[in-house]
Every structure is written in structure tokens, then in C-alpha cells.
Design a protein around this ligand. Structure first.
Ligand code: DAH
Length: 360
């Protein structure tokens, strides 16, 4: 009878092997019904316990319970394996060939923000800058303190920061791309020459502000870079980006905690009511902030400010895209309106290059 140890052992072995060999969910289900179902073999054996005398029942009951649990477990394990296989197969089947080139006649358009970032990268790439990146969720220290914006500094209020709850280190959605200056200087030794395109966040929403927007940061640190380099580099950038060789560019003294001295860069324009034209004229448009890296920021990153110096700048991608491409309302950038994208978007294969004339 089943109280014999070898019997349960043989049955256990057999069922576990059968379950492991099941190739489909149906096969597995019929094994389960055949063993554990109402009329299943294990169920029937358990029913037989009632006919045994007390002593035998105790021993056999224990054995059969263990058998039942082991069988259930083996079936469950195989079920999980079959599910994983099915998922793998459907992923493999549904995979997209990302190497497939875009068809030129396809209606897809490149978003003006992507296009503008590509143009900025093309210009600074020619000047020897490389692209660096950092996280959108940033620690308070990188976003503010290390950039010489201590906790009680008024600049913190101006940033309308989104704070994230619950973290030990106070976490923010980065309010600018400047924290990547810190991350880069902590990791790399000078000479450093990077630009940092990326998303930034502030609690703001109107025709010229959105809670999520984009900036490009720039940072140069070495032994000899001075204000003349900063001016030359940014004048060249403005003229290349707006495609005007003689575009007037001026540097207006300003203040940023992380640069000293600091300046705002304006380009010449003609204004006629709300309309304006970029180029020679009697008015100015502010387009970016810049300055010589504050020695305190270098020291915060362990860089000896008696040996190294450099410059930094930050510009708003939406702003320069709106100015160049005549886009009036910043909110439309992020509404995913295909009609808008078809109108303001760019052809997918026209990757901006300096030799190609950027947006030609
Ligand atoms: N982080 C500044 C902002 O978001 C922009 C900026 C200004 C960046 C001057 C710089 C800089 O690197 O030197 O308003």
C-alpha cells in the first residue's frame, strides 16, 4: 500500500519529471488534473487514508502531504518557466529593427528642440567641445551648494524648484544644466571642454516658460583660458547659429553665483512692436548667460584655482529655437500636435553640420 516509502518516492520522481518535460500550458494542466484534480492520482491516494488504521494513517498522511506540496511546486515552477519562454518569444518576434534607415518620404519630422540641440552640438563640436550628460533628478548639493548657491541664497528662490519628497539627501528636479559642471569637474581632470544639452525643470508656465524646458551648458577649464576666449567663443557661436557673419553681439555685466565676473550676452535686432528681426538694428535681445568660473566652484570640485581657470555659459534651447525659427508660443513645443510638428519640424535625414550650413 501507499504507506510504503518507495511508492511515494517513485510517484514523486515520475510526476516531477513529467512536469519538467511539459512543453505547453495544456500538457502541464493535464498533468495537474491527472495528479491533483478531483479524480487525480494523488487526490485518490489521499482519499485512501481514511481506510487505514490510525498508526499507518499518520505516517502515510505525512508522506502524501509532502508529495502533494512537492508536486504542486514542480508544476508551478514549470508554469513560470513556460511563461518566461512565451514572453521571450513574443519579445523576439515583436522586435524592431532599429538599424532600418528612415524613409525620406516618411511623414516623420524632427522636433525643433532636437534640431536646435543638434545645431548647437555641431557648432561647439567644431570648436572641440564634447557632449556630457547628467541626471534630471539631482542632489541639492550639485544643483545649488557646489555652484556657490548656499542654502539661504536668494538665487534659490528665483529658481522655483521642484523638490522631491522623502529622500535622505534633498533631491530636486534640476533647475539648470549647471550641476553637470560639478559632476564633470569631480570626475575629470582639466583640460575640460564640454557642452551639456538636457532637460531642466522649474515651476513656471506661460507663453515663454514651461515647467520642463531645455538648456545647453558649456564649461571650459584649463591653465590659460581667459575672458577673451569666452568672448570669441560665444560671438562665433551666435554668428554661426543665427547664420549672420556680422551679427552684433554684446556682453552686458550681470551676476551669477557660479561665475565671476558674469555677463549676459545680447544680439542685435530691430524691433517693430511685437515683431523683430535679428541682425543690425537699434535694439538688443538677451540670449544667454556666461562668465569666468568662480574660483570657489573650482575649489568645491577639488580643482586648484591658483593653477586653473575657465569659463562657463548656459543658454535656453527653447528661446534660441523660438528666435531663429519664429515660433511664438513656447507651450506649443510640448503639446504633441502633429500639425504643429509638420509645420515647424525638420526633415529626418537633415542632420545639422557646419559644412552643410546647419539647417539648410
Ligand atoms: N544656470 C543659469 C540659469 O539657469 C545659466 C547660466 C548662466 C549658466 C551663466 C552658466 C553661466 O554656466 O556661466 O539661469
Amino acid at each position: 500500500m501507499i504507506a510504503v516509502k518507495d511508492d511515494t518516492e517513485a510517484i514523486r520522481q515520475q510526476i516531477i519529471e513529467a512536469a519538467a518535460a511539459a512543453r505547453t500550458f495544456d500538457e502541464l494542466e493535464s498533468i495537474r488534473l491527472g495528479e491533483l484534480g478531483r479524480k487525480g492520482r494523488v487526490t485518490r491516494l489521499m482519499k485512501g487514508l481514511g481506510a487505514m488504521d490510525a498508526e499507518d494513517r499518520k505516517e502515510a498522511g505525512r508522506r502524501l502531504n509532502t508529495l502533494k506540496n512537492q508536486v504542486a511546486e514542480a508544476i508551478e515552477t514549470r508554469h513560470r518557466e513556460l511563461s518566461d519562454d512565451a514572453l521571450d518569444a513574443s519579445l523576439a518576434e515583436g522586435s524592431v529593427d532599429v538599424t532600418l534607415p528612415v524613409r525620406p518620404e516618411s511623414p516623420g519630422r524632427v522636433h525643433p528642440i532636437s534640431q536646435t540641440i543638434d545645431e548647437v552640438i555641431a557648432i561647439f563640436g567644431e570648436m572641440g567641445f564634447t557632449v556630457a550628460e547628467g541626471p534630471d533628478i539631482e542632489e541639492d548639493w550639485y544643483n545649488f551648494t557646489a555652484l556657490n548657491i548656499p542654502p539661504d541664497h536668494p538665487a534659490r528662490q528665483e529658481h522655483d524648484t521642484f523638490y522631491l519628497p522623502g529622500a535622505k539627501e534633498r533631491l530636486v528636479l534640476r533647475t539648470h544644466t549647471s550641476p553637470v559642471q560639478i559632476r564633470t569637474m569631480l570626475e575629470a581632470k582639466p583640460p575640460i571642454r564640454i557642452i551639456v544639452p538636457g532637460r531642466t525643470y522649474r515651476r513656471d508656465y506661460d507663453a515663454t516658460h514651461s515647467p520642463m524646458f531645455h538648456q545647453v551648458e558649456g564649461l571650459v577649464v584649463d591653465e590659460s583660458t581667459h575672458m577673451g576666449h569666452l568672448k570669441g567663443c560665444l560671438i562665433d557661436f551666435c554668428r554661426a547659429y543665427f547664420g549672420q557673419e556680422d551679427l552684433p553681439v554684446r556682453f552686458r555685466p550681470s551676476y551669477f553665483p557660479f561665475t565671476e565676473p558674469s555677463a549676459e550676452v545680447d544680439i542685435g535686432c530691430t524691433r517693430d512692436g511685437d515683431e523683430f528681426r535679428i541682425g543690425h538694428g537699434d535694439d538688443w535681445l538677451e540670449i544667454l548667460g556666461c562668465g569666468m568660473v568662480n574660483p570657489r566652484v573650482l575649489e568645491n570640485c577639488g580643482i586648484d584655482s591658483s593653477l586653473y581657470q575657465g569659463f562657463a555659459f548656459g543658454l535656453g534651447v527653447e528661446r534660441i529655437a523660438m528666435l531663429k525659427y519664429g515660433i511664438p508660443d513656447l507651450r506649443r513645443f510640448f503639446e504633441s500636435d502633429l500639425r504643429w510638428l509638420r509645420y515647424y519640424g525638420f526633415a529626418a535625414l537633415d542632420v545639422p553640420t557646419m559644412v552643410g550650413g546647419l539647417d539648410q
